[in-house]
Design a protein around this ligand. Sequence first.
Ligand SMILES: C[S@@+](CC[C@H](N)C(=O)[O-])C[C@H]1O[C@@H](n2cnc3c(N)ncnc32)[C@H](O)[C@@H]1O
Length: 485
Amino acid sequence: MDRSMLLKPFKSLIREKCGLSFEDSREVLLAEGIKTRLSERAVASHDAYLSLLSCEPDEFSRLLNLITVKETYFFREAVHFKILTETLIPEISSKTKNRKIRIVCAGCSTGEEPYSIAIALADAFGPDFSSMFSVVGFDIDEEALSRARAGVYAGHSFRAVPDHIRKGFFSEQENGFRINDLVRGGVEFLHLNLFGDAYPEAVRNTDIIFYRNVSIYFEPEAQKRIFRSLAEMLNEKGYLFLSSAETFVHNSGLLSLVEKEGVFLYEKGVTVQVEERRKHPDCQNRSVVAPAKQGRAGTSAARPKYAAMRTMGEAHRTFDRALALAEDKSYENALLLTERIISLQPSFMKAHMLRAGILINLQRLDEAETGCRHGMELDQWSLEGHLLLGLIARIRGDFEEARKRFNEAVYIKSSCWLAHFYLGEICRFEGDRQLACREFEIVIKLLEEKGFSDHGLTFFSLSFPMEQVIHLCRHNLAGMKRGRA
Ligand SMILES: C[S@@+](CC[C@H](N)C(=O)[O-])C[C@H]1O[C@@H](n2cnc3c(N)ncnc32)[C@H](O)[C@@H]1O
């Protein structure tokens, strides 16, 4: 039997129990882990080992310890710890008054990440930091947790640690550097499966979650489920960090993507005041992200203006490339670029709409709808947003919703021939000949007077010429006037 077939039931079991995916290049890791356990337990066949795995939780843990990726080090993406102490904590502490601020590290591996948090807190708020903060790290890997609790580390873990931190918070011993008791006592470690059904009290009502370099190992449905559970775990106005490579993938609208000091992270419960925005004529250019807070002693000044302009310039150039790729039907590449633009500049409305348009072409309607609605938080009267939502509803066969959306598009811009065209089609389909005729007549008039390009979409994937649309409308009109719908 070939390797993929042999591993298939193992992959299903692991996916079902903890959401991890072992496809493609990660298959080797799984195969090696199983081979090691077969030999250590002297089990003769894969089938026999599969039965053991299904009924012995300890054996399942042993295998997991071999196949999870535990790569981590102190102060990984150091800017996150700076934002934590200089921006998020001053902001949160003004609301939490008499209780500890709760910080959780989901997928903490051997402990470098939660200890980095504790060190940053001790460095910023003094040795008594534990009276103000609770720091909890959890992981599914028991072996990693025992190493975390021991708190002894060697060279590799220190690759991003400044000297004064190593000297101030660690003491050298025979087998490495031991973290000092003050920091060690300030972090609690728990064994917990992120893909489990219910999270315990110890990690609920959290103010800040670090969930970095973990989600990449889950299959897409598990990623969504876990992100939802983590969002539930957060207190209102709480924050969630992912690694910079993972952040944008989770921008599903569940939490709000915000920017602090040029870094993107998620915040719970930030609703964009759309009506407020509409009062401002420049609402399309205003950022949905919260302004960065002033840090302590001027350490986190607002980003210089030129940096913001450079970001905007880059976003616009990337947008042109993304549009060209979409028009070339290179949808996946175009999609990646739109995601890059949105991460650079979340208020770039046209990028949200281009992304939604591409997703419609890829038949990924749910994502297109979510993206479109997210973009429309910037401007609820976006013509393009209504057109795209109308198209999505039309493809799904939800004509009532589609009609509503196209009517709103016409309300926003009465000369939008595309909205009239689709309204004509829906009316014709529903047997409302009189209205359908009226809509098709409007389309012909608009196209003859204003031309084809005024359709209202940034990315319009239909490639037929204007004459063909006019011909189609005339054909429909003639048919309906002769009494055929
Ligand atoms: C690459 S490490 C990330 C460590 C740390 N967060 C960082 O960014 O440096 C990924 C960790 O996620 C843990 N993990 C994987 N699946 C998990 C699950 N279902 N529940 C909890 N932890 C899990 C692994 O055991 C591993 O320790």
